[in-house]
Design a binder for this molecule. Structure first.
Ligand SMILES: Nc1ncnc2c1ncn2[C@@H]1O[C@H](COP(=O)(O)OP(=O)(O)OP(=O)(O)O)[C@@H](O)[C@H]1O
Ligand SMILES: [Mg+2]
Length: 229
């Protein structure tokens, strides 16, 4: 059966490879991610976790193999339609990637502006999401003036403000203290409960233990059954 015939999974990777010249970041990865699944991608540093996440929203392109996201074949999406794919995702990056010269409010609002939402909707929604992550008093702050935990909370707000189908989080608790990490975990849990599919790349054993989910392991770019955490 061709990979395009089945639609049980929201995301399907079929014999996917990603090479960077001599570096084999991912080798022969075949994986289904189901709708409303909570999936942990784990493995040592350099195992290919970030590369795997990037392939899903076409932040990277597979060197070989096929990837389907919600029925879209990523190799065949015309450049002008990539924004339609990206709109399905809320992404929490390993290094936050907030715009340093824009306020907390603007960093979150820009997602909805790009999606063409009405100003009245944007105001209401951004205020509400920033309240949920406890950043309601920091609307006008610039990201460099915030602590790591606060920046991460803004990054989470930005990831979910557009009500994405899929949330990708790359080491979301990497550099946070226990309390900030707990907040982020609760937020991911809530979002999952509301119906999102959540994929988290992490080394954080606490995070993995705190949320029931499927765990997959990458070892030198290959999916393996052997736990590496
Ligand atoms: N743009 C790139 N150019 C060249 N090599 C790359 C690139 N991106 C990733 N790699 C290499 O691919 C491998 C996998 O990297 P990746 O960032 O996916 O690992 P990771 O599991 O996310 O690691 P970490 O836990 O440190 O974040 C590494 O050897 C890395 O050096
Ligand atoms: Mg990484």
């Amino acid at each position: 059966m061709s990979v395009e015939e089945g639609n049980a999974a929201l995301i399907r990777l079929f014999h996917v490879h990603r090479h960077f010249h001599a570096t084999r970041a991912l080798t022969d990865v075949t994986l289904d991610i189901y709708r409303n699944e909570f999936l942990f991608v784990t493995g040592a540093s350099g195992a290919g976790k970030t590369t795997l996440l990037k392939l899903l929203y076409r932040g990277e392109v597979a060197s070989q193999g096929q990837i389907l996201v919600d029925g879209m074949n990523l190799a065949r999406i015309p450049r002008r339609q990539i924004h339609l794919l990206r709109r399905k995702f809320g992404i929490i990056f390993q290094d936050y990637k907030l715009i340093p010269t824009r306020t907390v409010y603007d960093n979150v609002a820009l997602v909805l502006e790009a999606a063409g939402r009405k100003p009245s909707y944007i105001r209401k929604k951004v205020n509400s999401v920033l309240r949920t992550v406890g950043m309601e008093n920091r609307h006008n702050a610039l990201p460099p003036s915030l602590s790591g935990g606060e920046q991460q909370r803004v990054a989470v707000a930005r990831a979910v403000v557009g009500d994405p189908t899929i949330v990708l989080a790359d080491e979301p608790t990497g550099s946070l203290d226990t309390e900030s990490a707990g907040l982020i975990m609760n937020f991911l849990k809530t979002f999952h409960t509301r119906g999102a599919t959540v994929v988290v790349a992490t080394h954080d054993r606490e995070l993995i233990r705190s949320i029931p989910g499927r765990i997959i392991y990458l070892q030198e770019g290959r999916l393996t059954g052997a736990p590496t955490v």
